[in-house]
Design a binder for this molecule. Structure first.
Ligand SMILES: *Cc1c(COP(=O)(O)O)cnc(C)c1O
Length: 436
């Protein structure tokens, strides 16, 4: 297999002239791993082809949405039919109701949803809604969780719990993040302390229940249980950001897994994106009726969108949500994902390389540990302490062999229903060769 990518290299040079860094979302530039980003020409099923005609088994799936694989016939048909009927009206359509009904049927913690166009928009509005509904300003997020790039969310922890967070992006004034508290993921002590200090001022706590923006880290059941208790005791809303985990880790999303472990568990607000758009720009947030009725036009919390509930995007999302409800869908997906992770771990073991990994449904992560037997990282610090150099050389080694993993060690991976047992085997074989 060739290590050259002359057409991608030429396109990257050309792109950098007219687009900052040559990309429209920073991680695509391969800065974390080095090298030339592949420019993708087309995709089908489990595969993508770059501009040089090189084929890759795709474990990014557009960062999550492509749970059915690329070019699923039912999805393509729904999208082309919808496009013929009109690209956008800026007026309500029946399909928006159908999609809302479908989502609510699968996620019983919500009575109503509002459709928007990106996860960023949905998460940003969930915070505004929580603040509006509680009349409070402060909120808590966790280090290593990503909730899109709204100003108040681009923040890292200050020097102590009582201090303000610090912006992680230029252009975000410190005043804008002064109400954002950043705590360590899975740290029960910090959570208790934060609520003891500021409980009556906290509007909401926002969390990725299985954090996929620091590779793959589960919130522990005791942590989520305590989070739920503290929010209820102090009148704060618990916001589950399921933009990545929604309809990806289970049909009922991550919240259904925590509800199995914690009787009566439900978040107050849920945020979705990625899979619910099936590859088109679509996201949503939802909650119980009393919370959602705080939104305009019924209530005082403003939110709007020119392309919200877009007819082509809703058709794509609906077709996707219908396919994933086929009997056995998640069992098959989880089995293939598990066999990928166990294959990677086996290959690493045979090569004498310390590695650990985990998966849920069609989402997975693996880490190059510093020593064999190291446990799975439980927070951002532990993730960033894993072996980055080894990950980066593995990334390039397996890319050259036709396997496209996320180009950064802090990103989760995704398997689709189009990935066959043979694709998984080929991937494990490529991993063996790359590790050797
Ligand atoms: C991708 C993601 C977002 C942001 O969604 P965009 O559609 O990229 O704006 C928010 N939260 C989580 C958990 C995500 O994975």
């Amino acid at each position: 297999m060739s290590t050259e990518a002359p057409k991608s290299s030429a396109l990257f040079v050309r792109a950098q002239k007219v687009i900052p860094g040559g990309v429209n979302s920073p991680v695509r530039a391969f800065r974390a791993v080095g090298g030339t980003p592949r420019f993708i020409a087309r995709a089908d099923g489990a595969y993508m082809w770059d501009a040089d005609g090189q084929r890759y088994i795709d474990y990014i799936g557009s960062w999550g949405p492509m749970i059915l694989g690329h070019g699923h016939p039912a999805v393509l048909e729904a999208v082309t039919k919808a496009a013929r009927d009109g690209l956008s009206f800026g007026a309500p359509t029946e399909r928006e109701i159908e999609l809302a009904e479908e989502i609510l049927k699968l996620v019983p913690s919500m009575d109503q949803v509002r459709l928007v166009s990106s996860g960023t928009e949905a998460a940003m509005t969930a915070i505004r809604l929580a603040r509006g509904a509680t009349g409070r300003s402060r909120f808590i997020k966790f280090e290593g969780c990503y909730h899109g790039h709204a100003d108040a969310l681009l923040v890292k922890a200050g020097s102590g719990l009582a201090t303000f967070g610090n912006p992680t992006s230029a252009g975000v004034p410190p005043e804008v993040v002064q109400h954002t508290m950043v705590l360590e993921y899975n740290n029960l002590g910090q959570l208790d302390e934060a609520f003891a200090l500021h409980g009556s001022e906290i509007a909401c706590v926002m969390i990725e229940p299985i954090a996929g923006n620091m590779n793959f880290v589960r919130a522990s059941v005791p942590f989520v249980k305590r989070l739920r208790e503290l929010c209820s005791q102090h009148g704060a809303l618990l916001v589950f950001d399921e933009v990545m985990t929604g309809f990806r880790v289970a049909l009922g999303s991550a919240q259904s897994l925590y509800a199995q472990a914690i009787p009566g568990f439900a978040p107050d607000i849920s945020v979705f994106g990625k899979v619910i758009g099936g590859g088109m720009p679509l996201a949503a947030f939802g909650a119980r009726r009393a919370v959602m009725e705080q939104l305009a036009p019924l209530g005082p919390v403003y939110q709007a969108g020119t392309l919200s509930g877009n007819p082509v995007a809703t058709a794509c999302g609906l077709a996707t949500l219908r396919e994933i409800q086929r009997p056995g869908f998640y069992e098959g997906l989880a089995t293939r994902t598990q066999s990928l992770v166990s294959g990677l771990l086996g290959a690493a073991r045979d090569a004498g390389v310390p590695m650990c990994g985990d998966s849920q449904g069609g989402m997975f992560g693996f880490f190059f540990s510093r020593a064999s037997g190291d446990p799975l990282p439980q927070n951002y610090g532990a993730v960033m302490a894993t072996d980055k150099e080894r990950f980066n050389s593995f990334f390039h080694g397996i890319l050259e062999r036709g396997v496209y993993l996320a180009p950064a060690l802090y990103e989760a991976g995704f398997v689709s229903a189009a990935h066959s047992a043979a694709d998984i085997e080929a991937t494990v074989a490529a991993a063996r060769a790359a590790l050797a």
